[in-house]
Design a protein around this ligand. Structure first.
Ligand code: NIG
Ligand code: FE
Length: 441
């Protein structure tokens, strides 16, 4: 790989030890829920006008109206935001960013009428990416993931979750996670959280005895990933073309016993009760949820699991069922939005486009979608005390936009301006962070 001009530690790019005061015409702190919670324009997204944020060692020490800045910070040097609107850096809490190959040919097949499930049952789909991923070197996996990361960095993503699931045997699953960890170390400003998704599909060598593969996940793959410190979370694709409820429960219980937090691909292609299982096991999230019914909503309300909406997959598969957004909202289930970037069901390289699709296709309000790509995404990853809002104690991962109204961020269908990001004491064009990722590709 080409040499990097400057290498930073993951997620703490250039934190400056001395304090600074950031000033901005408007902060969208993401502390409050948004339009659904209040009609008061000024309170939407926890907005603060004519604001100041005191930052030391990369953490927020004070935030409020600039006129009320305490004397203690009065002499700190100032870094005015270059644009009127400041938000937290974005969080993409569900991706499959590390993979080999491409599935463009399947796109054509689907357009001529073959379904996603038919392709999967014929050995294509996820298994076609498994073949390409197993054949790729770790360096190839890191390079191609770096190229994809550039698109996310450019639009202001500061944290991304990356799943395994295209290895489906111990060596390749661990290689995928190592590639994801390596990516986080190479790229300044991209915090990577990893998720073991060995239970993504039954590998061809276990086609006639899926239980053996479930044993292997529980007894070998999960413990090895945890031993090597490669996984922060575990996920299962609970679906008729993947793992049933019982198998999913075994994997998730084994993961929980090893201290991992839990996620689940649930109710994407059929109603299965997967979300209820996720809730019963205390999963941080259930993701997709096109076929989620009232019992699943109620179970998620009780468990506090976040509903992760992935409109890119619904769009790509031309799914006509919608996740029950209105019921989730009424129940007070927190909603996150993510790209699900993967080569098959969601080749979607923009989190802001995912937010737009959540509004237009799924019926979230703009404020819900924006909380979904910041605060709620952070909660899904267990990072709610670190990122996703502009609050005292959180990291000062701030974006400055040449926009007045945060709704612009999800109203446009692409074409948002590139934000600046606070790195140490400077506002850096996110295009520069993207260019650095491209150099690693
Ligand atoms: O989130 N649903 C299962 N997993 C992915 C699809 C992966 C693929 O098609 O390669 C998803 O949509
Ligand atoms: Fe997914």
């Amino acid at each position: 790989m080409s040499p990097s001009p400057h290498q930073h530690r993951n997620g703490s790019a250039g934190d400056s030890a001395e304090g600074r005061v950031i000033t901005a015409a408007r902060l969208a702190t993401m502390r409050d829920r948004g339009a659904a919670a209040t009609d008061d324009e000024a309170a939407r997204l926890g907005a603060i006008e004519a604001a100041a944020v005191a930052v030391r060692d990369g953490r927020i020490e004070w935030v409020g109206v600039a006129d009320g800045l305490p004397r203690a910070y009065a002499d700190w040097p100032r870094s005015p935001a270059p644009g009127p609107l400041v938000t937290p850096a974005l969080v993409d809490c569900h991706t499959h960013l590390v993979y080999g190959g491409s599935r463009a040919a399947e796109f054509e097949q689907r357009l001529s009428g073959v379904s996603y499930e038919q392709i999967a049952r014929a050995g294509g789909g996820i298994l076609s990416t498994v073949r390409a991923t197993r054949a790729a070197s770790r360096e190839e996996l890191v390079r191609s993931a770096a190229a994809r990361s550039a698109h996310l960095l450019r639009e202001g993503v500061g944290t991304v979750e990356i799943k395994s699931g295209y290895g489906l045997r111990i060596d390749s699953e661990l290689e995928m996670l190592r590639a994801a960890r390596e990516l986080g170390e190479l790229l300044p400003g991209l915090r990577v959280r990893t998720t073991l998704l060995a239970a993504h599909a039954v590998p061809p060598e276990h086609r006639d005895r899926p239980e053996r593969y479930v044993d292997e996940i529980c007894e070998e793959i999960l413990p090895a990933a945890v031993d090597e410190g490669l996984a922060d979370q575990a996920d299962v694709f609970c679906e008729n073309i993947a793992f049933d409820l019982e198998q999913s429960e075994r994997v998730l219980r084994a993961a929980a016993d090893l201290g991992l937090s839990l996620r689940m691909h649930a109710e994407q292609l059929s109603a299965s009760g997967a979300a209820e299982l996720a809730a019963r096991l205390g999963a941080r999230s259930a993701d997709h949820l096109e076929y989620l019914g009232p019992a699943g909503v109620e179970a998620m309300r009780r468990s506090g699991s976040v509903a992760v909406l992935l409109p890119g997959a619904l769009y790509t598969l031309r799914e006509t069922r919608r996740p029950p957004v209105e019921s989730l909202r009424r129940a007070g289930v927190e909603i996150a939005v993510a790209t699900d970037w993967n080569p098959g069901s969601s080749p979607l390289g923009s989190l802001l486009l995912a937010a737009n699709m959540a509004c237009t296709l799924l019926g979230t309000l703009p404020d819900e979608a924006l909380v979904g790509v910041t605060r709620a995404g952070a909660r899904v990853l267990g990072l709610e005390d670190e990122v996703g809002t502009i609050e005292v104690g959180r990291r000062a991962e701030l974006l400055s936009w040449p926009l007045e109204d945060p709704v612009e961020l999800c109203y446009r269908i692409g074409g948002q301006p590139t934000p600046h990001r606070l790195v140490g004491d400077r506002w850096i064009d996110c295009g520069e962070l993207a260019a650095e990722a491209v150099r690693w590709s």
